[in-house]
Design a protein around this ligand. Structure first.
Ligand code: 4LI
Ligand code: NI
Length: 191
C-alpha cells in the first residue's frame, strides 16, 4: 500500500519534471500503481485507516508524487450529499488532457493543500470553473467528461503535477489574496 513515506515532498526534482505519456496495454506495475493510488485516497479519507497508517487526507494524487514520472492521476471526491455513499467523482485517469475550458474562473476560499507540501500556503489559486477532460482508462479506452467546481479544481491541480507545476506557482506573488476580476470563490455565491 502507499503511505506518506512514499509521497515525495516539494524540493524533490521529480515534482518539476514533465511526466511521460502512458502506453497501452499497461505494464502490470502501472496498473498496480493506479489501483494503489486510488486506494490511498480512499484510505486517507477514512478516519480509522488514516489514523492507523498516518495518512493525510487527500482527494487527488498524481504519479509524480510517488516518484513515478508518468501521466497518471487518481481522484476520489466524496459526495457533499450525505444521503449517498457514492463518490461524486472516483477515477483513475491515464494521459488526462484538458480539451476545453470555461472563460469563467473559480478558486477555493481557503486555498489549496497538497500531499507533497507540508506547510500551509495561503492565497487564491485561480482555476477554470468548467473543464472538458479527455483521458484513457486502464483498458486504454478514451473518455471525455465535463467537470465543474471542486472536482474540476482537483483534476486541474493533479494535471498540473504531470507538467511540473505546483499550486503555489499560480498564486499572485504580489498579493496572494488579490482576486482576478470576475473570478468566483467557490461556495460563497452558490448558483
Ligand atoms: C478529511 C477527510 C480548508 C483549508 C478547506 C479531509 C476527508 C484548505 C479547503 C478531507 C482547503 C476529506 C482539500 C485540497 C483543500 C487548505 C488535495 C479536506 C481532503 C479538504 C481534501 C487537491 C487542492 C486537493 C477546501 C491551505 C491534499 N484538498 N482541501 N485543497 N479533505 N481537502 N486540494 N483546501 N488550505 N489536497 O488546504 O487532495 S486540489 Cl475528503
Ligand atoms: Ni498536489
Amino acid at each position: 500500500m502507499i503511505t506518506m513515506d512514499d509521497v515525495i515532498r516539494e524540493g524533490h526534482p521529480t515534482l518539476r519534471l514533465t511526466a511521460e505519456e502512458i502506453t497501452f496495454p499497461l505494464d502490470s506495475s502501472v496498473s498496480k500503481l493506479a489501483e494503489d493510488m486510488l486506494q490511498f485516497l480512499i484510505d486517507s479519507q477514512n478516519p480509522e485507516t488514516a489514523e492507523k497508517y498516518g495518512l493525510r487526507a487527500g482527494v487527488g494524487i498524481a504519479a509524480p508524487q510517488v516518484d513515478v514520472s508518468k501521466r497518471l492521476i487518481a481522484v476520489h471526491v466524496p459526495s457533499q450529499n450525505e444521503e449517498t455513499s457514492e463518490a461524486e467523482l472516483s477515477s483513475v485517469m491515464f494521459n488526462p488532457k484538458i480539451m476545453s475550458h470555461s472563460v469563467q474562473q473559480t478558486c477555493l476560499p481557503d486555498g489549496e493543500g497538497c500531499l507533497s507540501v507540508d506547510r500551509e500556503v495561503s492565497g487564491y489559486v485561480p482555476r477554470h470553473k468548467r473543464i472538458t477532460v479527455q483521458y484513457q482508462d486502464a483498458e486504454g479506452i478514451r473518455h471525455k467528461i465535463r467537470l465543474k467546481d471542486f472536482p474540476a479544481i482537483v483534476v486541474q491541480h493533479e494535471i498540473d503535477h504531470l507538467n511540473g507545476v505546483m499550486f503555489y506557482d499560480r498564486i499572485n506573488p504580489n498579493n496572494p489574496l488579490a482576486l482576478p476580476d470576475d473570478i468566483d470563490v467557490l461556495g460563497t455565491t452558490e448558483a
